[in-house]
Design a protein. Structure first.
Lengths: 319, 552
């Protein structure tokens, strides 16, 4: 069991490196395809062509794309992600701070969303086709279907504008205490949670319901067990695998998909950083941020596969 | 529990159950009645669709999803179960009435150990504390002759063999000391040799605890070993009811007689023409890719043109793997397959169309061997186009001709597989194999999923087609009754090797090879004393047992 697990992790890590490599190429091509470059972005449209040309020469933008990519790659492999073209600051330092903020947002959301999602799913499965199930299903369907910025603005309108309980702008800083920070980030957390809870709840319900026709569930009924015990003790332990997958997919979304939400709430996270960097055509920052996002995906899915294996008694307890 | 004198333990009266069949409520149990005394075992016999499981389960106050009790009464110790709330019924289920399912492998929860599942009923019903229930599990595992009863409870279902699981399920049913146990085909999914051992263990345990039982099975010979009384059911009606011995000795209804006669033996044809060997399998050793265990070792089999070779063995003996090697689905690591003396290429991909055409295959599950979205005429017609290039009017005529051959009406050509019964589907699969005009057809457990009488029909059809078309069969089966019915020659396989090969008359007559004798002696007979006599003989060492053959 241990050996298989290690094998799989190593295998996925190798694949993950190739994925990161592929992503870096795609990002370079993508930025190349955008009109304009960092010099015209910083200096503005009114800048003298000569100034712009000098700036381009200074930043090495006149080199062919593959040369620039090659230089970046060599440095990146050595752990040097370069300096921002826009403000000349170390990319890693810039990202480090922002990554912490984004992870804080993701973890805080996960802390609420994962248990609530699974719990709602279990409740919906237990009282399937009842009023409770319909209410849960309809509500979650609504939140999934609404665009995230729309949900964000609605929450903002209610809690920040109308009631004035929470700040509309989630400005967190390292000096904040836990509660203060929690209050500041409450609205982005709530928005993210609304979207991800829906996914997790629906998958939990579906995986449990799909097991209810199994002979061992009928056996459990014929042993005179209560419906609650049947769902929690007999169906849920066999439903973990798909639930884990969707939970992790949502965790990845919390890290990567927060771009819009961070922008709406002006939250100083990675999402806001990459948006600024794209506007500035700041390739090193875009590149490094994209690497972080891709790495988050790769690592989380390795985690998902490991957890799925651990959840399977056939793999946990070999013959 | 008050044991009132004169009151039946279970009394079912005029029970009418309906099922939702395509949106319409149709009766599936027609006013059946049954009584059961303490310590009595009643057998419910019938083919699939007889309603025997549905009827048996009502002793738990339970109906499968999509079924409903319309009228009638079910009294357990004088207390009416019909109309009771779920909460009240739960107090009975797994407590006073317990259930043993057909497939223990599917009915044990894969996520929990055997002991966890054993202790659940007694603890949840408040009969025992956890520690008492644990102790009880060891006791019951021992009663059912399970190996290492102290520790086997710590295992997960997938860590235990099928026969052991079925014993564990019976042990679990006994766990909360029920008044009645419902056995729903508890040994049907097992190999014959395992079936005997489990049957013996169940019978002893039931006797030792003096519980009443409802024993449901399609196999009259199995029920005969267990039951005091039998009820024969068909399409939800009672055909015949009575004392087990009397019914076996003197069945009154024609249907019961038919069920009894299923196992009659046919005479195999003798005088094999040794020159006309069609297929030789020579020294085949094979393993599945990525494994390092040989599933077949040094297997030799010959098939003579126009004859039937039955390959018989238990699950895991390698008989289906042999079929995969012959058809080229699994290239062997050693040895060769020769067809009319010419060596066939090991892998399917490199075989010429002509070779593919001459060896066809029919599978156990007709359902999954056909595309549900194709009409019967397309299913049968495909090999005509593919192998023989027949199209147009001639093609349609051939399809109708093939339908006649398999004794199905011509208008079936326009139907879809879903609209056919199990036996009819298997007939279509036979027609599809015949369409290619093969010389050899490999039949892999083709009757195992069918009811006995339907299976009989299929075997008759295969024999008639053989006479008419001079096609050979390699007939893979675990069922010795089928072997007796159809084989000219028999190959006995055990753990990947051939134990014995020869004419049917030689193999099925003494002196036997030890494994063949074990197999033969394990086939249940219509004699109510057969099981007891067999167990006795085996204990005295007069007959081989799986242990004496070194099987686990």
């Amino acid at each position: 069991m241990k050996n298989i697990l290690i094998d799989i992790v190593l295998q996925r890590l190798v694949i993950g490196i190739f994925i990161l490599f592929g992503v870096s190429i795609l990002i370079t091509l993508g930025v190349e395809a955008l009109a304009g470059d960092v010099c015209s972005a910083i200096l503005g449209q009114a800048a003298e062509p000569a100034t712009v040309a000098a700036c381009q020469a200074k930043l090495g933008l006149n080199d062919p794309m593959h040369v620039r990519y090659g230089n970046w790659l060599v440095n990146a492999i050595q752990g040097d992600f370069g300096t921002s073209l826009a403000n000349n600051r170390e990319v890693s330092e810039q990202i480090g701070k922002r990554l912490g903020n984004t992870l804080y947002l993701a973890l805080t959301t996960a802390m609420f969303a994962v248990p609530i999602g699974i719990l709602l799913g279990v409740i919906a499965a237990l009282y399937r086709n009842s009023a409770i199930d319909h209410i849960i299903s309809t509500t979650t369907l609504t939140t999934i279907s609404s665009p995230e910025f729309f949900l964000a603005y609605i929450l903002m309108a209610i809690f920040a504008v109308k009631l004035g309980w929470l700040p509309a702008i989630s400005n967190v800083s390292p000096s904040m205490g836990f509660l203060e920070r929690l209050q500041a980030s409450a609205l982005p957390v709530a928005t993210l949670a609304l979207i991800t809870v829906a996914h997790m709840m629906r998958m939990t319900r579906a995986s449990i319901v799909s097991l209810l026709a199994s002979p061992y569930i009928e056996m459990a009924k014929l042993k005179g067990l209560t419906p609650g015990r049947i769902i929690i003790k007999h169906a849920l332990p066999n439903a973990w695998s798909p639930i884990i997958q969707v939970v992790v997919l949502n965790l990845a979304y919390m890290v990567v998909g927060v771009v819009v939400i961070e922008v709406v709430f002006v939250y100083p996270g990675l999402g806001a950083l990459i948006v600024d960097a794209v506007l500035n055509r700041d390739l090193p920052v875009i590149q490094a941020t994209a690497m972080v996002f891709a790495a988050a995906y790769v690592l989380l899915f390795i985690l998902a596969d490991m957890l799925s294996m651990l959840a399977n008694p056939r793999l946990r307890h070999r013959r | 529990m008050s044991k009132k004198v004169g009151k039946k333990l279970l009394e079912i009266n005029d029970l009418l159950i309906e099922a939702d069949i395509e949106g319409e409520w149709k009766p599936i149990i027609n006013s059946l009645s049954m009584t059961l005394e303490r310590g009595e075992i009643i057998g419910l016999i019938g083919e699939s669709g007889a309603g025997k499981s549905t009827f048996g389960l009502t002793a738990l106050g339970y109906t499968k999803p999509g079924c409903r009790i319309v009228s009638g009464s079910i009294k357990l110790d004088g207390v009416e179960l019909v109309g009771k709330s779920d909460a009240e019924l739960r107090k009975i289920r797994g407590n006073r009435v317990a259930y043993v399912a057909q497939s223990a492998a599917a009915s044990f929860n894969p996520a929990h150990t055997l002991a966890e599942q054993f202790t659940e009923s007694p603890v949840q019903h408040g009969k025992m504390k956890m520690s008492e229930a644990r102790k009880r599990s060891v006791e019951m595992f021992r009663l059912l002759d399970m190996p290492d009863p102290e520790n086997i409870g710590e295992r997960y279902p997938h860590q235990v063999s099928g026969g052991q699981l079925q014993r564990a399920m019976t042990a679990m049913a006994l766990g909360s000391d029920p008044d009645i146990i419902i056995f729903d085909e508890p040994t049907t999914a097992l190999d014959v040799t395992t079936q005997i051992e489990v049957l013996g263990a169940i019978k002893e345990a039931v006797k030792a605890r003096n519980v009443a039982a409802i024993y449901i099975s399609h196999d009259l010979a199995v029920v005969a070993q267990m039951a005091d009384r039998m009820m024969v059911l068909r399409y939800g009606d009672l055909i015949e009811e009575g004392n087990a011995r009397e019914m076996l000795a003197n069945p009154k209804q024609e249907y019961t007689q038919k069920l009894l006669n299923v196992r009659s033996q046919r005479v195999g044809r003798t005088g094999l023409d040794e020159e006309d060997i069609q297929l030789n399998v020579e020294n085949i050793t094979a393993r599945y890719p990525g494994t390092n265990i040989d599933v077949l070792t040094n297997v030799n089999v010959n098939v003579v043109k126009g004859k039937t070779v039955a390959v018989v063995g238990e699950s895991g003996s390698g008989k289906s793997t042999l079929a995969r090697v012959i058809t080229g689905l699994l290239p062997p690591s050693q040895g060769s397959v020769k067809f009319h003396g010419r060596e066939l290429t090991p892998a399917l991909k490199t075989r010429p169309k002509k070779d593919l055409q001459s060896i066809q295959m029919i599978y156990q599950m007709a359902d999954v061997a056909m595309n549900p979205r194709q009409k019967i005429k397309d299913i049968i017609g495909r090999p005509l186009e593919f192998y023989l290039g027949i199209t147009g009017k001639q093609h349609d005529d051939r399809v109708l001709d093939l339908l006649r051959k398999i004794e199905l009406p011509e208008d079936y050509a326009e139907r879809y597989p879903l609209q056919l019964s199990g036996g009819e589907k298997q007939r279509v699969c036979i027609a599809r194999a015949l369409a290619a005009e093969p010389e050899l057809i490999i039949c892999d457990e083709v009757t195992s999923a069918l009811d006995q009488l339907v299976a009989e029909g299929i075997l008759d059809l295969l024999l008639n087609l053989q006479k008419e078309l001079d096609v050979s069969y390699l007939f893979i089966t675990h069922d010795l009754a089928t072997v007796k019915a159809i084989a000219d020659e028999i190959v006995v396989m055990y753990q990947g090797g051939v134990v014995e090969q020869g004419a049917k008359a030689d193999i099925l007559a003494p002196p036997y090879a030890p494994y063949t004798e074990l197999l033969l002696s394990s086939v249940p007979e219509m004699d109510p004393d057969w099981l007891d006599n067999l167990v006795e003989k085996r204990q005295r060492g007069e007959l081989p047992t799986s242990e004496s053959l070194g099987q686990s």
